[in-house]
Ligand binder design. Structure first.
Ligand SMILES: *[C@@H]1O[C@H](CO)[C@@H](O)[C@H](O)[C@H]1NC(C)=O
Ligand SMILES: *[C@@H]1O[C@H](CO)[C@@H](O)[C@H](O)[C@H]1NC(C)=O
Ligand SMILES: *[C@@H]1O[C@H](CO)[C@@H](O)[C@H](O)[C@H]1NC(C)=O
Length: 193
């Protein structure tokens, strides 16, 4: 029951971010506006924001969203794909289904497999809807892909997420070993102003 409630809360939250806000004021990113924002920081209240979304990692087929851009010759036959670097531009959606509503992109993701089924994750969540439209969150962390939950630090953000810090928890919903396509759930909790 508690789990269901948590899920429903997250689900409503998600709907809140998925709904485009008709007159959402875009945040002023000019240098003067940013300076002003910092000047007002002592009066700003810290907020906690929780987000849940899914990313679709399509490696196979005609339109992959993730491509291998480099691989070391000496470890080309490594069963753990040691030395592979992949770049991704994956859809972020509100649900795990392939046709689920897109609310952003996961960009510039570099995954370097460094053995033992672990990845170095460098990624930006780029939100494209509602009050978070244009705002980003950045993750830098260690991803042991076979673990049920992988906790990675949110190291910063932009737009409404300026000076954000928090945790992104990844868990695999679906993975096809043959094609390497995957759907991964992300639960994100951030402190920001
Ligand atoms: C990588 O391996 C292939 C096949 O063995 C070889 O033809 C190629 O020259 C190698 N490249 C480098 C940079 O070592
Ligand atoms: C997000 O912002 C961009 C650029 O300001 C705008 O073109 C786009 O329509 C917005 N999208 C939504 C869903 O609000
Ligand atoms: C997994 O991927 C393989 C190769 O692309 C494909 O033939 C197979 O149908 C996929 N399995 C599922 C359950 O989608």
């Amino acid at each position: 029951m508690e789990k269901l409630c948590t899920f429903l809360t997250l689900y409503s939250l998600l709907h809140a971010i998925a709904m485009p806000i008709a007159h959402a004021k875009s945040i002023d990113e000019g240098p003067e506006a940013v300076q002003e924002w910092f000047k007002n920081l002592p009066n700003a209240k810290e907020k906690v924001t929780k987000l849940q979304f899914y990313f679709h990692d399509i490696v196979s087929g005609k339109n992959p969203s993730a491509i291998t851009v480099a691989q070391s010759n000496s470890s080309i036959n490594s069963p753990t794909m040691f030395g592979v670097i992949r770049m991704m531009d994956n859809a972020l959606t509100i649900g795990p289904e392939p046709n689920s509503k897109i609310i952003g992109r996961l960009k510039d993701l570099w995954c370097s497999f460094y053995g033992g089924n672990s990845l170095l994750m460098t990624l930006n969540f780029v939100f494209g809807h509602g009050k978070y439209n244009g705002s980003t969150l950045s993750v830098l962390g260690h991803n042991p892909i076979l673990h049920k939950y992988r906790e990675m630090p949110i190291v910063g953000g932009s737009g409404v997420f300026r000076l954000a810090r928090g945790i992104a928890t990844a868990s695999t919903v679906w993975f096809n070993v043959t094609s390497q396509d995957a759907v991964v759930e992300y639960n994100v909790i951030v402190l920001h102003y």
